[in-house]
Design a protein around this ligand. Structure first.
Ligand SMILES: Cc1cc2nc3c(=O)[nH]c(=O)nc-3n(C[C@H](O)[C@H](O)[C@H](O)COP(=O)(O)OP(=O)(O)OC[C@H]3O[C@@H](n4cnc5c(N)ncnc54)[C@H](O)[C@@H]3O)c2cc1C
Ligand SMILES: NC(=O)c1ccc[n+]([C@@H]2O[C@H](COP(=O)([O-])OP(=O)(O)OC[C@H]3O[C@@H](n4cnc5c(N)ncnc54)[C@H](OP(=O)(O)O)[C@@H]3O)[C@@H](O)[C@H]2O)c1
Length: 390
């Protein structure tokens, strides 16, 4: 039976049917001289009927760099207009378009090496590839793959010949990337703000780029409805009770949802106190949205701000160091019912912040290790400790 309400309220635009949004602002958040490249990107969702909430993420379908695709076509000896069929596409797609919009031409897996072995006319190449995919060579294979994209692999093994369709069949789909939304719908109902770290690195003597971050930063046109997006709903949410205090720990791009939280709390006149921990490399160059936060502090909206600029002194100072310096106050806020939020790097930062939280419970809460662990667990269960980490 069809539920009429559901049918009426269901969003038309989803991951399977993304909305073609326009970028309406794209500016650097770092000052000249910074070693980072972080951009503030505004994406218009006007006319989409998409309703976001502070804490949600935006899914973005990127496009590969056409110049990289042209190099791949040339190395593969394939024509741009050769048509390929792709899963979930009703019509054949020209290969160049498929490689730009639909297929991952970046790092590959063992399966691709096996396909290379099956399509090379050179016995020496086949032997090398067969050896590389043996279980005993796993470490070597992983290292080899992590340094190379499709075009590099085709250059290493020039005896490989794929037809257009064979190449398309071997490549995985280009998947969307998520970005934490840095604006509140109460202030910007039709525009979604993002804080994007542009990924660039070098492997195997070649400069590499992150597909989606560089697509947003430099390849997507401004003011043209061409960026496919969808909303990714989250459990990362402000307290229902606006009188509750919140503590937000968001170094680097982890700042994004907290800018949204602050906009929202200020626009709704929430009475709870706001405490922000932010960190990045150098204050002069990397204090993302610094003008806004300093204004919030002066206006009394940001009750406390603790800054950790890691490279402004000889030794590293991180957000968790600032937490520990303020251990007693932080514990008092938590005991008073504050919510504790963490956003940003999952690999190192979020783990270290979690450890600092345990240490604070021990040192300022007078708890044993076991008591601290179960206290933090309880905070999580009560949804007073929430993480949006990646
Ligand atoms: C819930 C969620 C929220 C997120 N929010 C944000 C956000 O607010 N802002 C933000 O910027 N990102 C955010 N991200 C990360 C974002 O989704 C992308 O992963 C990021 O932008 C990189 O995507 P890309 O396409 O540019 O890079 P990709 O093309 O995916 O390349 C990244 C890959 O490059 C390789 N790589 C990167 N650096 C190196 C290196 N130094 N050496 C060797 N290999 C390397 C790694 O294999 C890495 O996985 C979020 C992720 C999630 C899951
Ligand atoms: N797994 C990884 O290798 C990894 C980790 C983080 C980010 N990234 C990627 O790097 C890009 C930029 O990220 P970002 O701009 O969000 O910033 P970021 O690289 O996370 O850095 C923000 C701040 O956090 C500091 N930091 C480093 N290690 C930390 C730790 N263990 N605990 C607390 N703080 C720590 C950094 O200091 P220093 O740089 O001076 O040490 C910097 O001052 C993104 O694309 C992100 O995905 C990758």
């Amino acid at each position: 039976m069809t539920n009429e309400m559901d049918t009426e309220t269901a969003p038309v635009y989803t991951k399977d049917n993304p909305f073609l949004s326009s970028i309406v602002d794209n500016r650097s958040l770092n000052r000249p001289g910074s070693m980072k490249e972080t951009r503030h990107i505004e994406v218009s969702i006007a006319g989409s009927d998409l309703k976001y909430e502070a804490g949600d993420s935006l899914g973005v379908f990127p496009a590969n760099d056409p110049a990289a695709v042209d190099e791949l076509l040339q190395v593969a000896g394939l024509g741009a207009d050769e048509e390929v069929t792709l899963p979930r596409h009703d019509e054949p797609v020209p290969l160049r378009e498929a490689l730009i919009r639909c297929l991952n031409i970046g790092q590959q897996t063992k399966k691709f090496l096996q396909a290379l072995a099956g399509h090379t006319s050179d016995p020496a190449e086949k032997r090398k590839l067969d050896a590389l995919v043996q279980p005993a060579s796993r470490q070597e294979m992983m290292e080899f793959l992590s340094q190379r994209e499709v075009v590099d692999l085709l250059k290493v093994f020039p005896g490989v010949r794929f037809t257009a369709q064979q190449l398309a069949d071997q490549l995985k789909r280009l998947v969307p990337r998520l970005y934490s939304i840095a604006s509140s719908p109460w202030v910007y109902p039709e525009v979604v703000h993002l804080t994007v770290a542009v990924v660039r690195y070098r492997t195997n003597n070649r400069d590499r780029v992150g597909v989606c971050s560089t697509y947003l930063a430099e390849r997507a046109s401004m003011h043209r409805p061409e960026v496919p997006v969808f909303l990714a709903k989250s459990h990362f949410r402000l307290p229902d009770d606006p009188d509750r205090d919140i503590i937000m720990v968001g170094p680097g791009t982890g700042i994004a949802p907290f800018r949204a939280f602050l906009q929202e709390r200020i626009s709704l006149g929430a009475k709870g106190r706001n405490w922000l921990f932010f960190g990045d490399q150098r204050q002069e160059y990397d204090y993302l949205y610094g003008d806004e936060f300093e204004r919030y502090r002066e206006e009394g909206h940001l009750n406390k701000i603790s800054l950790a600029f890691s490279r402004d002194q000889e030794h590293k100072v991180y957000v968790q160091d600032r937490m520990l310096e303020e251990s007693r106050t932080l514990w008092e806020w938590l005991q008073g019912g504050a919510y504790f939020y963490v956003c940003g790097d999952a690999h190192r930062m979020a783990k270290d912040v979690d450890q600092a939280l345990h240490q604070i419970a021990r040192e300022s809460g007078g708890m044993t290790e076991e008591e601290a662990a179960s206290h933090v667990k309880l905070l999580r269960k009560e949804r007073r400790y929430q993480r949006d980490v990646y």
